[in-house]
Design a protein around this ligand. Structure first.
Ligand SMILES: NC(=O)c1ccc[n+]([C@@H]2O[C@H](COP(=O)([O-])OP(=O)(O)OC[C@H]3O[C@@H](n4cnc5c(N)ncnc54)[C@H](OP(=O)(O)O)[C@@H]3O)[C@@H](O)[C@H]2O)c1
Length: 348
């Protein structure tokens, strides 16, 4: 990394993803000259600790990005739509976590282990994938490079933190209410999530698939550069606090080989191979919460598909599925000289 230091903004700093962004900025030593934290007017004035200093949350509104070099947006699609253009106009790079611009052909959608070259072709905004897509691709991409993927059937097991901070509180409140024999509070999900599974993540489209299921198809195609990839996904919310899991059955162009598949996963920078059936060794969400890499295991020949492999991935939706991928994109851009502080540019 060069010696540049950046004025960093985090929009949505009080949320589930925003809090992880603040934490990762610190833990990964992102070169910050000043950190500015933004949220809604409701949170303006609240105080957050960062590296022993107290930072005051500011209201995110037009005009606040004048001195910001890079702004991470983690406040939902409507905030991105309302404020990202203003940030870009102020010369700020926007690294967006929302789904608002992921399918915009002018906006690259980047996982640095898969399509880092796309970071060179942007108009001020870099999009980051949906959490279940990012986790799944940590298993699928290295297998695709070996065998050439044609179509996938996917089922997800998604944690409540994927919905945001309020859903984490809802699971906690419901478990306490059930244990104490009290009425079960319910606000975020259409059904009780404690001790249950809900086969709905996002709203339903006219084709019967939910928004999350459609995102898994569209985003996988864009990131892997495979516009004709066939994807059928069923996304399910489960009473897990953190880390999503995905069961994948994939059909490939070429004959598959289990040993080569395992070696490719083990060599891939975004994954850890945890695959020893005789010892009941495979990834679980508890083991892969707060981990940089995603766990891949349960690799086997898929008996229902030609050239098919079945596998399981667990990975942290708040990290690889959100905050970490965004920070990794910014780190790579800084390393490659694609991110320059405004102060340095002005001095030239
Ligand atoms: N959770 C995940 O695993 C995950 C994964 C991938 C992508 N994402 C995406 O990341 C974004 C944030 O998700 P989250 O799970 O962190 O949600 P969250 O916990 O509900 O947090 C939402 C954040 O947005 C802020 N916000 C809401 N309205 C705002 C406004 N009008 N102006 C400025 N800030 C506003 C909130 O501030 P207040 O506290 O002031 O309300 C809060 O900081 C979403 O776009 C989501 O789709 C999330």
């Amino acid at each position: 990394m060069n010696n540049n230091q950046y004025v960093v903004g985090i929009v949505g700093a009080t949320g589930a993803v925003g809090q992880e962004l603040v934490r990762l900025m610190h833990e990964r030593n992102f070169p910050i000259s000043r950190l500015r934290l933004f949220a809604s007017a409701r949170s303006a004035g609240k105080v957050v600790e960062f590296q022993g200093r107290k930072l005051v949350i500011e209201e995110a509104k037009p005009g606040v990005f004048a001195d910001v070099d890079v702004a991470f947006f983690a406040a939902g699609g409507s905030v991105t739509r309302a404020l990202a253009a203003d940030a870009v106009k102020a010369g700020c790079l926007v690294i967006d976590k929302s789904s608002a611009l992921r399918q915009d052909p002018k906006v690259p959608l980047v996982i640095p282990e898969i399509n880092p070259e796309q970071l060179r072709h942007h108009g001020g905004i870099i999009a980051n994938p949906n959490c279940s897509t990012a986790v799944m691709l940590m298993g699928l991409w290295p297998l695709h490079q070996l065998f050439g993927v044609k179509r996938i059937f996917v089922s997800t097991y998604q944690s409540v933190s994927g919905t945001g901070a309020e859903a984490v509180r809802e699971l906690d409140d419901q478990i306490h209410a059930l244990v104490e024999g009290k009425p079960v509070p319910r606000k975020v999900y259409p059904y009780q999530i404690a001790f249950n599974c809900i086969p709905q993540v996002d709203t339903f489209g006219p084709d019967g698939y939910t928004g999350e299921e459609s995102k898994m198809a569209q985003e996988s195609r864009k990131i892997m550069g495979l516009p004709n990839l066939k994807v059928s996904a069923t996304c399910v919310r489960v009473p897990v606090v953190r880390a999503h899991s995905v069961a994948v059955s994939a059909e490939f162009e070429r004959p598959v080989n289990l040993e080569q598949a395992r070696a490719a996963i083990a060599a891939f920078p975004g994954a850890v191979l945890v695959d020893d059936p005789a010892q009941s060794k495979y990834p679980t969400p508890l083991d892969f919460a707060e981990k940089v890499k995603c766990g891949v295991g349960r690799l086997r020949i898929d008996t229902a598909l030609d050239n098919g492999l079945a596998f399981w991935v667990s990975g942290d939706n708040l990290w690889k599925g959100a905050a970490l991928n965004a920070v990794q994109n910014a780190e790579l851009m800084a390393r490659e000289g694609l991110l320059r502080p405004k102060a340095a540019a002005a001095a030239v």
